[in-house]
Design a protein around this ligand. Structure first.
Ligand code: NAD
Length: 397
């Protein structure tokens, strides 16, 4: 069994290494929060989570399995350990989730492959048919740079403004200082590519495939995750290429809602979630600076939440069987209500306008952001001896 000392090897918004025991601690901490859902049972019996290994999808898997006792099939795209090469953080997260599920008599399975492909959809349908039965809840939580569609066309996702170039504040992740970035406006092809990857097309393919396989239980629900965000990032986020994709996702919801209602008296929702530190959000220009400001303000108000707190709230207040989700005028579940509270956003705006490299440490909390970022990869967790060798070959039992 390969024992190794694992240290962070950060390159921009990714760590090339992940600490298995740190990832396990992260998962156990989230499970503690997930267990609070037991007081709000029953939950869905069978859950499919597409994008189950990190971020909001991992939180959805943990809340389902350890909160409600649901059986969960998860889909993700992670690197397994091989020889003396360690796995990705998402793999180690799931290794711990599988280990604990087995110890507690819960049923979690994972398909590690490209969720956009027909092959993985076919495998998922076979697994559901053979070992799970029809699904009550489908969580769609993919964040991906590219997608090859059913016709074999490969689309790339881009993070760019639309209509005009963008110049704005950001954080240089290498030096940890405030800097200015400039981005060209997206071409029509880049807009289309982003919509094809991060819009609703693949979500619709999944739900249609499950319906055609007769694997949607009576009253089956599906939810996909979206983001709106603040004024400070709107040129790059909500009014940019990724915002266009989210509009497509939100429009797809309507069609899926009607389809599910007609098919099994179910429904489809989009939940607009809060900004949290994940591998996906770390890659978005301006968002790291925004989170460094936002988290400090929300912590001071006692309203800060991470992915698991958000998903526990989503399940408890909106998605559990027997209750109707509360939606805004556009039909969206708004878990970003505390983030977008007017007094929070007024404070963000005020700080954003006057933040500079000189006052960044005082006005923002980049140290907290960095700690969250390291935690994603299993680093910076208290109680772990990072100089000690650890087992890197951890299977999904
Ligand atoms: P993440 O990077 O933490 O997770 C992405 C997941 O997708 C991982 O499980 C990964 O393995 C999986 N994945 C990626 N490509 C795949 C593929 N081809 N096949 C199978 N699995 C694949 O991302 P996240 O931040 O949790 O984002 C999930 C969703 O939540 C996205 O729709 C995102 O826009 C939304 N969201 C994120 C935030 C935020 O601040 N992070 C806020 C609101 C909404």
């Amino acid at each position: 069994m390969p024992l190794q000392v694992v240290q962070p090897r950060i390159r921009g918004f990714i760590s090339l290494t992940a600490h298995p025991e740190g990832c396990a601690v992260n998962v156990r901490a989230q499970i503690e929060v997930a267990r609070t859902l037991r007081a709000h049972a029953p939950g869905p019996r069978t859950v499919l989570v597409i994008g189950s290994s990190t971020g909001y999808g991992l939180a959805s898997l943990l809340a389902s399995a350890f909160g409600y006792g649901s059986q969960v099939l998860g889909i993700c795209f992670e690197r397994a350990p091989e020889g003396d090469k360690g796995a990705t953080a998402g793999w180690y997260n799931l290794a711990e989730a599988h280990r604990l599920a087995r110890a507690e008599g819960l049923h979690i399975e994972t398909i590690n492959g490209d969720a956009f492909s027909q092959a993985v959809k076919t495998d998922a349908i076979a697994a559901l048919r053979e070992r799970f039965g029809a699904v009550d809840l489908v969580v769609y939580s993919l964040a991906a740079p590219r997608r090859t569609d059913a016709q074999g066309v490969t689309w790339q996702s881009t993070l760019k403004p639309i209509g005009a170039p963008y110049t704005g504040k950001s954080v240089d992740l290498r030096s940890g200082t405030v800097t200015e970035i400039s981005l060209d406006a997206a071409t029509p092809e880049e807009i289309e590519g982003t919509v094809q990857v991060m819009g609703g097309a693949d979500w619709a393919d999944w739900i249609t495939a499950l319906r055609d396989a007769d694997l949607l239980a009576e009253g089956a629900r599906t939810v996909a995750y979206s983001y709106v965000g603040p004024r400070a990032t709107q040129d790059i986020y909500r009014h940019g290429t990724i915002g266009r994709a989210k509009e497509h996702l939100e429009a797809t919801r309507q069609a899926l809602h009607e389809m599910l209602h007609a098919h099994c008296r179910g429904g489809a929702w989009v939940s607009v979630n809060k900004a949290v530190v994940t591998q996906a959000s770390a890659a978005i220009p301006g968002v790291v600076l925004y989170m460094s400001i936002l988290f400090k303000l929300m912590k001071a108000r006692g309203t800060h939440e991470g992915p698991i707190e958000q998903i526990v709230r989503l399940y408890r207040d909106h998605l559990r069987p027997g209750i109707e989700p509360h939606v805004d005028a556009a039909g969206l579940i708004r878990l970003d209500d505390l983030e977008l509270a007017p007094e929070v956003q007024a404070a963000v705006d005020e700080i954003w306008d006057r933040i500079t490299p000189e006052n960044f440490d005082e006005l923002g909390d980049y140290a907290a952001y960095r700690a969250y970022f390291h935690e994603l990869f299993g680093f910076a967790w208290p109680g772990i001896d990072y100089d000690a060798p650890t087992e890197i070959n951890r299977p999904l039992v």
